[in-house]
Design a protein around this ligand. Sequence first.
Ligand SMILES: Nc1ncnc2c1ncn2[C@@H]1O[C@H](COP(=O)(O)OP(=O)(O)OP(=O)(O)O)[C@@H](O)[C@H]1O
Ligand SMILES: [Mg+2]
Length: 903
Amino acid sequence: MEFPLAYQDVSGKFQISQKLYGREKEIEALLMAFERVGGGNLHSHQNYSQFKTEMMLITGYSGIGKSALVQEIYKPITQQRGYFISGKFEQFQRNIPYSAVVRAFQSLVRQLLIENETQLFQWREKLLAALGYNGQIIIDVIPEVELIVGPQPPVQQLGPTESQNRFNLVFQNFIHVFCQQSHPLVIFLDDLQWSDSATLKLIELMMTDTHMQYLFLIGAYRDNEVSSIHPLIITLNMLKEQGVVISQITLSPLNFEQISQLLADTLHKDIVKLKPLAELVRHKTEGNPFFVNEFLKTLHQENLLNFNSQEGGWQWDVSQIEKISITDNVVDLMISKLKSLPETAQQVLRLAACIGNSFDLVTLSIINKKSSAETCRELLPATQKGLILPTSELKTLGSEVVGFHSLIFNHKFLHDRVQQAAYALIDDNQKKIIHLEIGRILLSSVFAEERTEKIFNFIVHLNQGWNLIKTKKEKLELAQLNLEAGQKAKDATAYASAKEYLTIGKNSLPINFWEENYDLAFALHKELAEVEYLNGNFEKSEELIELTLNRTKSVVEKAELYKILIVQYATGGRYEDAMKVGTKCLAMLGIELPSDYQTVIEEEIAEAKKNLGDRKIASLIDLPKMKVPEKVAALKILNSVDSTAYLLDMGLFALVAAKRVNLCLKYGNLPESAKVYADYGIIMSSILEDYTSAHDFGLLAMKLSDKFNNQAQKCKVSLIFGYWLNSWVNPIKDNDEIYLEGYKAGVNSGELLYAGYNLVYILLNKFSQGVSLEKILEEVTHFLLFSHNTKNQLCIELILGFHLNIFNLSGKTKEKLDFRNDQISETQYLNSGESQLSSASLCYYHIFKSQVLYLYGESGLALDCALKGQKLLASIRGQYLISEHNFYFSLILAALYPLASQA
Ligand SMILES: Nc1ncnc2c1ncn2[C@@H]1O[C@H](COP(=O)(O)OP(=O)(O)OP(=O)(O)O)[C@@H](O)[C@H]1O
Ligand SMILES: [Mg+2]
């Protein structure tokens, strides 16, 4: 007789089928999306190459099977050479910046570390090339990266906006390394309903990055737990508006057939016989798979599902099952399950729920105030009921063990719902006490040198119980820790979290802190003022600065506060206010900026000449380092108003430049002196018309930025040196290289504003040299993209205006005299939306247009344009373009001369 082996082997062990039912279409959709971003074979990739990155959202009720669904595609994706990484957010730890992202990349690093030497070396090289000087920025967020790239140099200090740009760019470059055609990257972020706002910004950054390719981002969230004003929904809507490819899978409950199949596979029965039971299960659970699982387990535990070996299988009585009152709500079901455990087990689960979604026995035993063995024993009923799952192997313990020879050290809750249920069983006051204790234990278990690295792990707990802390010593320690956490979050551009930490830090300062703990109090207030500003709360920030100024005694510290205010005003376009604050602060530091500054400019320049004496300009590179704190502070304040002064008035700019040069000549150099000398060069050329000295100051600036190896300064001075100073004494061709180096230095250091300006002048320089228009047009597209990505408004305006002219000149418009490109017309450009075009952009536009019109022989129209440009020349003083304008203006006038009337 023939029969398949094990045909009638039915196990008496109750084991619910682990298969996924009814998700074939969804898995298919996920894999198709992966193919589209380049994960399939080469052939299909070509078909879909229009999508380089995609986002897929999986939504549905808790327990509907979102996490389980995405886990299913792990295998097929890694088999098709993709990297699949994932991380989940935790409900009770929402203040940790990027937690799920960090976890995902930690696992990626671990995957790379086990690759062979050659491959690891290649990763190291690729990462170092992508991160440049800024590897430490990534290491601060994902410490494991250091294991691949080795220790990295500290990064250069930048202003808040520049640091934010730098962080974004470095993170983008970091991710690019892993998203390659040879190995696309799939990132799965689970439980997005609990994500922090920094992560949402990062998602936006990844999905709108035009250089990003081969990235598939999957996000899962409980859609019924987020309202339309939840930050996640706002971000997703914004992304959709920007044209990001986002698809959505909403998971539906299991239907009757799927439940029947699950029962058939679990109970090894024929589907027909299962009909009444399947109907009952569906009715009770509404097809929610988590609930189905829990419901079946309950039936088994309550002996309503029995194994009868004689009858050959599982047996049940539908009418009996119908009778028992089983709640039809999952959370209540979980709570009732927890409540059926012995009190000791319930208590230890409550403690565990406070630690987190997963927890370790050591910490749990300490807060449980019992030995590990004892605690493990108390957990046992919960483990047996499957409410918690072991995540590590059994480990043999030494002498501590009583009765237990081996213990399991790491556990996790079966599901967030179970943790939630256990957490709900603790009253609020008790929660604070437990969290505080967990925080203290975790803090005492980290080494001093890894305290900053691991700070978020324990501070989230300490902060929940911060107002229970009584001793002055511990309050001070907490304030200090929150300062560190706040700074760390700020550096990672997680401004909302930073604000929470700094606020708690400030509030936990003991009484009389201004008198007794001045330094810490000052640091907390200053950081908080800056972070309030970064969160867009300008008034709050000003209030804090005001308050702190009243408490601050040293002028140097006052200057630090004023500087925050100046940056705020200048960034917000409040130039007069920025100047007013700057002037006030400078007066305090002994530097006068009189309102009728015209009268003192000459004096100040004469003073500079005197201070220089008969020293050569080039010799200033050897000046000692500026040390006097008040002078350093003064130079920094003057630096913070220099571009504001340039925008307000050239005379004021000249005065600020001369004041700064005098400070350097008298007290020595700082890295920032590079731009000081470059700016002074502008004065030398545009006011004094001493082009040789101007050039020498520029050269000094370039060398000084190299001497201090300060890339941000190098980026800024390259631009000034090239366009304002070098153009007057050397062939403009030489500037190509200078701008390019300046651009690179800017990208390296995060000085993206000036990096963009360097790009603009690369274009203009080519145009002036007569490079083919086709070549220039190609570059325009790339440069415009960079300007958009870095949100550089002035750059966008300048390049766009330039593009309209070049596009027309190369004959690409239908009508000869129509100035437009594929996207916008001249009218749209000139009236562009919310922000008015800057005078400089307008001036450039008219100057270029007059050239084009002149070349067409339209001298009359060209004259109109040239005159419009002429009116705005003050906005581009000292720039090389003025000479080109004069040249064409003269040609236009000469062309019109024969037509001029006698009068
Ligand atoms: N299609 C399915 N067929 C059978 N069982 C499933 C299915 N989907 C999920 N399950 C089971 O249900 C349980 C709950 O699913 P899962 O954890 O994926 O839910 P979730 O939607 O991620 O919930 P939450 O929003 O709470 O995270 C899983 O442990 C899995 O065993
Ligand atoms: Mg889930």
